[in-house]
Design a protein around this ligand. Structure first.
Ligand SMILES: [Fe+2]
Length: 261
């Protein structure tokens, strides 16, 4: 992606999101959260791409994809009042459709356009489809990493401020760790949101996200920012949970070492 195209992308994002503001130019708080999240994911993704020594044009493209990945969130919230995809629309698909119709593509060539649309469409899917175009794969992977890294930060901020219910209205802030969820994690190192009832359940699921990170700099960011330790510090300290966490840490370590530098 050219420098001018990245500049156009940033301008377009600003004005597209601005279109959801009220007469006084303000976004409702939960939309502002998504705008700020998008900007931080942009930074995360560009930083991972730089650590990987990608070429400048690819760093810019990764940056743009990071910024645009959640563009479907704004219409979703306006139309459905929720960020739960299951109750509304798939916001990755919606984002790709929005971009296909509304983004100023100008001189962006077809392969780059395809990469942006693929990465946005698939950033939120459980797994990437095996037939995803090879050229799109690194961008879909890097945006998934940058996105997860920011959600760790976002959740941590809300918990610290004592207002996690604003972000995750359906979970109990003080409920116990669900045995079914622990069994699921123990068996597959993964867990579905269906079993999440409490904040500690959600944090355990977040911990399993580390097993889905795709690039070694993402693990470095995870460690530098202390997310794993922070989550572990909030989980129960009984023997069973501890052994589950030890097992999970070992899986994360193996995943990290299996990735190319
Ligand atoms: Fe998203």
């Amino acid at each position: 992606m050219k420098i001018a195209q990245l500049i156009t992308t940033r301008r377009w994002f600003e004005s597209y999101v601005g279109g959801f503001a009220d007469e006084s130019g303000k976004l409702v708080p939960l939309m502002r959260v998504k705008k700020e999240h998008s900007l931080r994911v942009e930074t995360n993704v560009a930083s991972i791409a730089r650590s990987l020594h990608w070429e400048d044009a690819r760093i810019r493209l990764a940056d743009a994809v990071g910024l645009l990945h959640d563009v479907g969130r704004f219409g979703q919230f306006r139309d459905y009042g929720t960020y739960y995809d299951g109750d509304s629309i798939d916001h990755g698909d919606a984002g790709a459709e929005t971009l296909a119709g509304a983004f100023p593509w100008g001189d962006v060539d077809a392969p780059v356009r395809g990469i942006i649309l693929d990465a946005v469409r698939h950033h939120n899917k459980k797994t990437l489809p095996s037939d995803l175009a090879p050229g799109s794969q690194p961008f879909a992977r890097i945006v998934r990493d940058g996105d997860k890294l920011d959600v760790y930060q976002l959740v941590q901020g809300y918990v610290r401020e004592g207002r996690i219910a604003d972000l995750l209205p359906r979970i109990r802030a003080d409920g116990p760790l669900s045995p079914a969820l622990c069994d699921e994690v123990r068996a597959n190192g993964a867990a579905s949101y269906a079993s999440v009832r409490s904040l500690v359940d959600f944090l355990l699921v977040q911990l399993t996200w580390a097993l889905d990170l795709n690039y070694s700099p993402s693990f470095d960011m995870l460690r530098e920012r202390g997310y794993v330790e922070w989550i572990e510090g909030r989980l129960p300290r009984d023997g069973e949970t501890r052994s589950l966490l030890k097992d999970l840490e070992e899986r994360i370590r193996r995943r990290r070492t299996s990735l190319p530098e």
